[in-house]
Design a protein around this ligand. Sequence first.
Ligand code: R5P
Length: 265
Amino acid sequence: MDFGLKNRLSKIIPPKSGKTVMLAVDHGYFQGPTTGLKDIKKSITPLIPHADCLFVTRGIVRNCVDPRTDISICLRVSGGPSILGELSNEDVIVSMEEALRLNAAGVGMSIFVGAGNEDRTISNLGRLVNEAQQYGMPVLAITAVGKDMARDARYIGLACRIAAEIGAHMVKTYYCEDFHKVVEGCPVPIVIAGGKKLPEMEALQMTENAIKEGATGVDMGRNIFQSDNPVGMIKAVRAIVHKGATAEEAFEIYSSSKKQPVEAK
Ligand code: R5P
């Protein structure tokens, strides 16, 4: 692995803990003004100091993120359909030059294993990796779940392994029972998406389980920005990921920080 690729990866996964808290706020690329992100600049500004990396689209980076920020950017580069259309019908829509211009530490795209357009999204991943390799740009593959697919270790493991085989440097997927089997079968770091909003304690327990079973961290969105205490929630998630806190300890951080002012990480 060359210097540029390793250096960028270390901005996404800080070497001190070897773990990462990515804040996913790209939902608008197909959902429009998602609950919790309607005024996205206002929502994400207090959260950014507590995350290692922001997973985001170029439009939001340009318009809503302070360029003087310390946070690294992982840029969503796939898109096309809206929530009203066929979600798997995505292509790569952002050039590598644009990712470099925005000083991205990585680029991310979805693959739709077990859904329509499975083959095209997987070959698009291969092409993106080919291009990214030339510039030392890490690629995060996101395993979007086909409507009819069970979210179990067999299916999630299949999707993650395919992403790694095609050349992704990192994979984002969903937590499932026997998640350690998914990790064992995937030779690159895995981060978990949070999925739909859960009660805070359940989201924190899922995070603890994922880390214990070998996840490198989270790329979490709704369970943070849709919480009644988003800053408390990201601090709680951070304690589990970087400090090995239990879900109970983290829940205490979430609860006790409800009325405190925002602090830097
Ligand atoms: C899908 O919209 C994106 O890939 C999200 O970044 C991903 O699902 C993580 O966000 P959440 O934790 O809300 O599932």
